[in-house]
Design a protein around this ligand. Structure first.
Ligand code: ARG
Length: 459
């Protein structure tokens, strides 16, 4: 018999049970459900809503049940719909009628909101630790490559020389913002919905502040209708995880390109690559590809829940049961992607020479050649024109700016001198960009200092 069966004249159809039930996925909330119930029942006892004896008996029963679930001794029943009903009915069968008082002054609507919030808070802590480890890895790798010259790109065309450290540290900044977004999502999650009841609180003299303290929330959800209707905190996390996946996906895309024969800027470690069943020579960047691919499902979870929520009248609607699989899937995906992605980065071999050669072949110093003329007194727009002509000459004759003889320079403009070669060397191009935030080893080292201080502050 269902715990809500009193009003019903017959049993639900088996199809209804199966369709309605969420136990297959919400069973992972068992711990948070039990901890929430313990705090609720402790408060009911203190408020004399139930006796202290009853409160203690229920709390003890819940603790035992938690240990038994953790030891794998408990199985859940689809007919009992969800984790909340399963736990309540298990408790009744274990400690008897006193357990029937547990749900006093509470609804599954505020209960599920509480469970999801408690679960989300715990998972955000884990995600923050994983992201921290990735950020630390990025700074460690970058520290080794402040002088590793590579081409920087725009439109995927070689643009200006930068360093590998400078390129990687761009991702550090993205991850830092992701970390802040996790904090933001945490803050919005950290309020107690319990006490909202089904939607309009209750006539029992609940003490919500007591439960806030017991469960370490920041405060209560101030409006009971909002308390049971709000899934913004889930959306905040889903958006944060989508953006984090987008960043991982962009770096994955670069790693896939870089590990191609055509670029050959990096070699992935054998332990983090896979082979082909037919082509013996293949070594594929599957991890980076899967991270890029899984980004789609994380976006899908965000769009799916936004769409589920958009037409819901206040307050609770069963549609909201659809929040959990999306939330769980995004969290699970990130918890898989972050550690393996970090390992893939840490074990990746950086082919400095290939990076350098790519930076030298593609006129990445053309801007610096123009700036050389500006220093000699030309207006930038005229200098741009002169160097453009030189580049065209090089392209036609299959050569590079650094290989051109001085006569050729002079034939296009007499102001060129021997010192042009020094001015357009890749090293000069990079080290001259000392502006804060730029690629010179000096500037990147400053950034690295700040990045390390940030990591120390959040560690
Ligand atoms: N399993 C439900 C969910 O996940 C719990 C809340 C059910 N509330 C209700 N009034 N039927 O949303």
């Amino acid at each position: 018999m269902k715990l809500w069966g009193g009003r019903f004249a017959k049993e639900t159809d088996a199809l209804t049970d199966h369709f309605n039930s969420s136990i297959s996925f919400d069973q992972r909330l068992y711990k948070h459900d039990i901890l929430g119930s313990i705090a609720h029942v402790a408060m009911l006892g203190k408020q004399n809503i139930i006796s202290l004896e009853e409160s203690n008996a229920i709390q003890a029963g819940l603790s035992d049940l938690l240990s038994d679930i953790e030891a794998g001794h408990v199985s859940f029943d689809e007919k009992m719909e969800d984790i909340h009903m399963n736990i309540e009915s298990l408790l009744i069968s274990r400690i008897g009628d006193v357990a029937k008082k547990m749900h006093t002054g509470r609804s599954r609507n505020d209960q599920v909101a509480l469970d999801v919030r408690l679960y989300t808070l715990d998972e955000i802590k884990t995600l923050k630790e994983m992201l921290f480890t990735l950020m630390k890895a990025v700074t460690d790798i970058a520290s080794l490559h402040t002088e590793t010259i590579m081409p920087g790109y725009t439109h995927l065309q070689r643009a200006q020389p930068i360093t590998f450290a400078h390129h990687l540290m761009a991702y550090f900044e993205m991850f830092k913002r992701d970390y802040k977004r996790l904090d933001f999502a945490y803050e919005n999650t950290n309020y107690l919905p319990l006490g909202s009841g089904a939607l309009a609180t209750t006539t029992y003299p609940l003490n919500r502040d007591d439960v806030v303290n017991a469960l370490h929330f920041n405060g209560i959800c101030e409006n009971s209708i909002d308390g049971v209707s709000d899934r913004d905190f889930v959306l905040d996390l889903l958006y944060t995880l989508s953006t984090l996946m987008m960043h991982l996906s962009r770096l994955s895309e670069e790693i896939i390109l870089w590990s191609s024969h055509e670029f050959h800027f990096v070699d992935l470690d054998d332990a983090y690559s896979t082979g082909s069943s037919i082509m013996p020579q293949k070594k594929n960047p599957d991890i980076a590809e899967l991270v890029r691919g899984k980004t789609g499902r994380v976006y899908g979870n965000l769009m799916g829940l936004l769409t589920t929520m958009k037409g819901l009248p206040l307050a609770y609607n069963k549609d909201m049961q659809e929040d959990k699989e999306r939330l769980f899937d995004s969290i699970d995906t990130l918890k898989m992607c972050l550690p393996i992605f970090t390992q893939m980065l840490l074990t990746m071999n950086v082919c400095k020479e290939n990076m350098y050669n790519a930076a030298s072949g593609g006129f990445t110093n053309a801007t610096d050649a123009a700036d050389y003329l500006v220093k000699k007194g030309l207006a930038f727009r005229d200098a741009h024109e002169v160097i453009g002509k030189l580049v065209l000459h090089c392209v036609t004759n299959h050569t590079s700016l650094e290989a051109l003889p001085l006569e050729t320079y002079k034939s296009i403009h007499p102001i060129f001198e021997e010192d042009v070669y020094e001015a357009i060397s890749l090293k000069t191009c990079v080290s001259g960009r000392k502006v804060k935030g730029g690629p010179s080893p000096e500037a990147v080292n400053m950034h690295l200092e700040k990045a390390k201080a940030y990591l120390n502050a959040i560690a």
